[in-house]
Design a protein around this ligand. Sequence first.
Ligand code: 5AD
Ligand code: SF4
Length: 461
Amino acid sequence: MEFKSISCAFESLDLNMLKDAVKTKYNDATPLCYLHSYGCQQNVSDGEKLKGLIAKSGFSFTSDDALADLIVINTCAVRENAHERVFGRLGELKHLKEKNKDLIICVCGCMAQQKHVAEKIKESYPHVSLVFGTFAYSDFYKMLYEVIVSGRRVFNIEEKQSEIAEDVFQVRSSDFKAYVSIMYGCNNFCTYCIVPYVRGRERSRTVDAVVDEVKGLVRDGYKEITLLGQNVNSYAYGFPELLRRLNDIEGDFWIRFMSSHPKDATNELIDAIIDCDKVCSHLHLPVQSGNDEILQRMNRRYTVDKYLETVEYARKRCGDFSFSTDIIVGFPGESYEQFCDTKALLEKVKFDNVYSFVYSKREGTKAAELEDKVSVKQKGLWLRELLLMQHEITEKWLGRFVGKTLKVLAESAKKQDGLLTGHSYENIIVEFEGDKKLIGSFVNVKITNALNWALFGEIIR
Ligand code: 5AD
Ligand code: SF4
């Protein structure tokens, strides 16, 4: 099956040609696009960039898929459940296409990059007109033009590493929190992970490009900038140095980042986080397992002791330092005793937040070939055990903030009780009473209570 199907006739497409084609198709009315991104922040950020391209093509946006002329499903491939949700969603969209023959349905992102997924959509989901992977953003105008003008289905999952596009217009979903990608791809090949296969090798943006983008965002009033990359501390031009450069930008704003690999988490990185007042005092450091043999079979290239040294160094410099992590429960061949080593690690480190997942077999990865004897049901029970234990740890450990005053970015008002909610400098969820007008600004909150997932407090004026 051929998956590179953009006709040569459209190779040198001018954006005005596309805009004219859109105007003609929709009789000069402004068509609407509904876009949904599944998965991690990197994917959400890709969705914001894609929205920029779609806006430039002449579309506006709607949050109601029933009103849309263009539906874009930006997919995630990391675990099987995200995969199944997408196919479920595509099944539902069939009805919208039956009602509106002109509707264009597009599937893109990590899942679409996989050949077996593109094949399945080609054969079993004929109502999907456009499928493209993570390497094809630069072809977006051409692909959309071809779908609109020729009415043909377009599939583009060719793996071509191109230059990183700079100065791209993005339609951001918040006007006070922004994502900034600093690098793309991953070279690590952890044996369970599909990411290196669907996002290609590491490519870093230059320091100047990142600094310029952050300066522009701060000028536009953004309060929180989250730097993104599959593994930010293998950023080619030095990640701790980048943090220091960004910290020098004038303004009242915070810097966060996601994700870091423990093998590259150096003391210089911890020093930069602690020394730079705008860099939030928190490190998300996915450990995955607390057992050295499992870590080795995951190809993680660090030991439990090396991980603990990093934690110890940070806590020596700043006793309250906040860590969060990712855990995979039930890696192929993992015994209950090895799983218990992970529980012991959680007891030792005291994370403020743990994101834990049952291992999900990803076709094409090394771990998919390993023997896996423990049932999914059993793994689910282990996961429950781990979560219950972590709830107790979090509740006790969050208690360190009771009586203290934390700086918090007010982010939203809860529907149920109207309480404002946001994250503190240490990345802890904080809830408090306050006026909705405060959303998007920093407030000081005196902490009165700690639960197993959040802090509660009162605004101090
Ligand atoms: N199964 C379960 N969890 C996974 N992750 C990545 N790949 C898999 C998989 N095959 C988790 C890891 C990673 C997080 C983003 O997703 O914990 O840190
Ligand atoms: Fe996947 Fe490992 Fe790369 Fe993270 S560092 S994206 S877990 S291969």
